[in-house]
Write a new protein. Structure first.
Length: 200
């Protein structure tokens, strides 16, 4: 299969949207549906185009959006159409994004993965690492909603392994990622008790 990685064009929007939504269906991002392509400021918007796509088949088989802010580049979207996975398209897009990011002065690339293990493994295979931050050495209160679809239970509960100080983990049933907005009274109550228990 012959594939060209090129810059996104406005006429690509519908094919970009289809590729992205189909690519995300089997991932932790299944619910991240766009009805129009987000505008990328400083960065790169790339597409992988299949030159020999069958009639009626997808012409755009991969997409990558990258935003650059100073020395940090963030991958906002990287997706490969499910019918074209395993052909190296994600890697081809990622390598082109690395070149573009470096040309714009970025020295680091990050991405959000929603604790999606196959996605994390894909990034790790391309050299992505997490720099050591060291242990947290101050009293820590972790308030987590059990309906949080951004931070999974495993990651939330595993935070204790990185704290060398008094630690409290509070679970709010039915609360999502924005606990302070969804349960402000309970969050305030927990925070106030924490501050009283651990004065500065």
């Amino acid at each position: 299969m012959a594939v060209e990685v090129r810059d996104y064009r406005p006429s690509d929007e519908q094919a970009w949207l289809r590729c992205r939504v189909l690519s995300f269906l089997g991932t932790a991002y299944f619910d991240d549906v766009c009805t129009s392509k987000p505008v990328i400021g400083r960065g790169a918007a790339l597409v992988a185009v299949a030159a020999d796509a069958p009639a009626g088949g997808p012409a755009i088989v991969g997409v990558l959006d990258l935003c650059v802010d100073g020395s940090l580049a963030t991958i906002d979207t990287i997706a490969v159409h499910p019918d074209f996975r395993g052909a190296g398209l994600g890697t081809a897009l990622f390598e082109q994004a690395r070149i573009r990011a470096a040309a714009l002065g970025a020295t680091m690339i990050d991405a959000w993965t929603r604790d999606d293990e196959p996605t994390l493994a894909w990034y790790r295979a391309r050299g992505a690492i997490r720099g050591p931050l060291g242990m947290i050495k101050v009293p820590t209160l972790y308030i987590w909603g059990d309906a949080d679809d951004t931070v999974g239970r495993t990651a939330a509960e595993g935070t204790v392994d990185f704290v060398e100080a008094p630690y409290s983990f509070e679970v709010l049933p039915g609360v999502g990622h924005f606990a302070a907005d969804q349960a402000p009274e309970r969050v305030s109550e927990l925070m106030l008790a924490h501050v009283i228990a651990h004065p500065v």
